[in-house]
Structure formats: structure tokens, C-alpha cells
Write a protein that binds this ligand. Structure first.
Ligand code: SF4
Length: 382
């Protein structure tokens, strides 16, 4: 048995353990277990500094999960967009392929908690029909392996999946959506990297939410994946009591960049049943973005998005930087609230002949703060 498998085996997961170790009321622990089981491996458990801290909140079951009556089981409508079991096909050229129900840790905020941890709901028996679906849909050029966590597969099983996908000529990109570098970095072994290397291009989308998760072990795991040729991107979720603070978020993004992981997305928490206590206001998210943009490298600024309820896809949100726009000019403010005007030109038939003229000036005529308020601006990129 490999070290990471032993750590999974040594995880806290029974009602008795939850009662003994975290002082949960037995009935509450039983109800929580029924609702969404726990798995807290010894590595992630060791990151907790005090009860109720940002690491604790992400992994220890909480009575608040039972008191969310407005949440939705499948907030992104993944099941209705599933042409065959284990596949969600929302965008024309890419699809989500669920290859396991298991994870290195069960996150209390999980969007897919209706399925995760249940072998019946993400069944290995359905892999064949999923492969057939991808083979028969030549428009799919990008496959995102998820679950559960695809790195819960053994190296042998993962290689079978990767090899089969690589035999499909139209599949250009394979992505692994994995939280392992963060929650169980011991999973990133030399032999795993040897497998991955054979099936490039493979991209890793991982999931760090708090700077305390960036440790010697997780840094090494990310480095090994990058040294094996995988770009590693991070998808964080904004959560109350975890990272809803501009300084915490800035530290997270800067640390990610320092370990060469690219901050990719910052998600508003989904409206998943049992997770309402994690949700923050949209204004809080915009405030955080306002305090990142310009105050640190653009490489450390993720796209702030809402994954639209009902399956609308990711929609980016921005603080209001455009103060006025007409056919002659656009008036904008920068991160210091200084106002600038950029002169527009009309589109010509031959766009190659378009000349761009930039004028930078402070526009005193606009007045002060009422123009500088932060507002929501949305653009659908789907
Ligand atoms: S690792 Fe991902 S799929 Fe698994 S419980 Fe956490 S958020 Fe859900």
C-alpha cells in the first residue's frame, strides 16, 4: 500500500470518531453522516491550528449544514446536461468526465455532494459508455476528468483512462480536476508523474482556498506536477470564515504564484444544499477583487466568477472600472481611483487599418466619489 493510500485508510470518518475528536453531539453527527459523510485524512487534519479555523471549517462537519432549507442538490444542473452516466456536456467543445466518487478529503462545501462518496452514483461500470460518448462526438476536444477526485484512481487505472482518451483523435486537451496537491499531496508520487508525462498535453486544475494550505508538502507536489510538464492552475472558492478577507486572499494568490501555481478562478460559492453558511455577499467578492487588481501582480489576480445556477456556465464579475462610454471615448478609473480617457475610433471595413490613439488624462469634469463607486459588471463569456 502506498503512503497516500494509508493516509486515506487512517482518515477520520466514523460517527464515533467525530463525536470523540470534535465534540459533536452524537445525534447531530449521525444526521450529518447521513447527509454527507466525513473523510479527514491525517495530513489535512494536521493543518488545523485551532477549532473553527479556516482549515477546520472546510473539513469538519457542522450543524449548520442541516439547517439550510433553501439550497439545491444540483445547483449547476449537471445531471440534466448528462447525455450518458458520468458525462456532463455543457459547452460545445469540452465535457466533464466523472471517473470516481472518491476524494482524498470530503470538503463540507462540495458542489457535488449529492454524488461524492457514493460508489453507486458515480459508477466505474459506466466508464465504457462515457468513452463511447466522447468517441462519437468529434466536437469534444477537451476532457476534464473529475469526480470525486481522479487522482483517487490508482496509477494503473488512471493510465487506462488516459491511454483510452489519447486514442481518440479529436481529444486534444486532458484536464485533471484534483484537490490532491492541497489536501493529500502525498498522492503526487514519482510513479504518478511518470504516468502523466506519457499523455500530454495534460493540465492540472487544483483547489487551494487558504494560505495555510500552502505547505512544504503541497509545494513539492505542485512542483513535481509542473516538472512533469503539467501547467497547474488554481480554482478557489470564496467562503465565509475561510477566505472572505482581502488580506487573506491576497496572501493566498501571492503564495500560489510564488510556488508557480497560476490563480485561475475565484468562484462565488454555489447554492448547494447544506452550504449556505459558507456563502458571502457578492459585494464582498468585488471588494476582494478591487483590493487585488493593481495592488499586486496581474498574474496573481484570478477571474472572479459565478457558475450560473441552472447550468449557465461561468460568468465573470468585475468591479466597475468603466465610468462612461460613448462612440467617441471611454472614461475609466484605475485602482487608485484616478480617472483616464481613451479616445475611440470607428471600426473600418478593413480592421487592419485601424489606428489607435491613446490619451491619458485626468478628467476633472467627472467629479469625485459618486462616479467611483464599485458596481457589478457582467459579461457572459460562454
Ligand atoms: S475534493 Fe472536490 S469533489 Fe471531492 S469533496 Fe472536495 S470539492 Fe467535492
Amino acid at each position: 500500500m502506498e503512503v497516500w493510500q494509508q493516509l486515506i485508510r487512517d482518515s477520520v470518518h466514523t460517527v464515533d470518531e467525530l463525536v470523540d475528536r470534535f465534540n459533536l453531539d452524537r445525534q447531530v453527527a449521525e444526521d450529518l453522516d447521513e447527509h454527507f459523510q466525513a473523510r479527514i485524512n491525517p495530513y489535512y487534519l494536521s493543518l488545523i491550528r485551532y477549532p473553527g479555523d479556516p482549515i477546520w471549517k472546510q473539513c469538519i462537519p457542522d450543524i449548520d449544514e442541516l439547517e439550510d432549507f433553501d439550497g439545491i442538490d444540483d445547483p449547476l444542473n449537471e445531471d440534466d446536461m448528462s447525455p450518458v452516466p458520468n458525462i456532463t456536456h455543457r459547452y460545445p467543445d469540452r465535457c466533464l468526465f466523472l471517473v470516481t466518487s472518491q476524494c482524498g478529503m470530503y470538503c463540507r462545501f462540495c458542489t457535488r455532494k449529492r454524488k461524492v462518496g457514493d460508489y453507486e452514483k458515480i459508477s466505474m461500470k459506466s466508464l465504457e459508455s462515457a468513452f463511447n460518448y466522447i468517441e462519437n462526438n468529434p466536437g469534444i476536444r477537451d476532457v476534464i476528468l473529475s469526480g470525486g477526485d481522479p487522482l483517487m484512481l490508482t496509477d494503473v487505472m488512471l493510465e487506462k483512462v488516459l491511454k483510452r482518451l489519447r486514442e481518440i483523435p479529436h481529444v486534444e486537451i486532458i484536464r485533471l480536476g484534483t484537490k490532491m496537491p492541497c489536501v493529500l499531496p502525498q498522492r503526487i508520487t514519482k510513479s504518478l508523474c511518470e504516468v502523466i508525462k506519457k499523455y500530454h498535453p495534460i493540465y492540472i486544475n487544483t483547489h487551494f482556498n487558504h494560505p495555510w494550505e500552502i505547505t512544504e508538502e503541497s509545494t513539492k507536489a505542485c512542483s513535481m506536477l509542473m516538472d512533469a510538464g503539467c501547467p497547474v492552475n488554481n480554482q478557489a472558492v470564496l467562503m465565509k470564515g475561510v477566505n472572505d478577507d482581502p488580506d487573506v486572499m491576497k496572501e493566498l494568490m501571492q503564495k500560489l504564484l510564488y510556488i508557480r501555481v497560476r490563480p485561475y478562478y475565484l468562484f462565488m460559492a454555489d447554492q448547494t444544499k447544506g452550504t449556505k453558511h459558507f456563502r458571502t455577499s457578492i459585494e464582498k467578492g468585488l471588494e476582494i477583487m478591487e483590493k487585488l487588481r493593481g495592488h499586486t501582480s496581474g498574474m496573481a489576480v484570478p477571474h472572479f466568477v459565478i457558475d450560473a445556477p441552472g447550468g449557465g456556465g461561468k460568468i465573470p464579475l468585475l468591479p466597475k472600472y468603466v465610468l462612461h462610454q460613448d462612440e467617441d471615448r471611454i472614461i475609466m478609473r484605475n485602482y487608485k481611483n484616478e480617472v483616464y480617457t481613451y479616445k475611440n475610433i470607428k471600426d473600418e471595413v478593413d480592421s487592419a487599418k485601424i489606428k489607435i490613439e491613446v490619451t491619458k488624462e485626468n478628467d476633472k469634469s467627472l467629479g469625485e466619489p459618486k462616479h467611483l463607486r464599485t458596481q457589478v459588471e457582467t459579461v457572459n463569456q460562454c
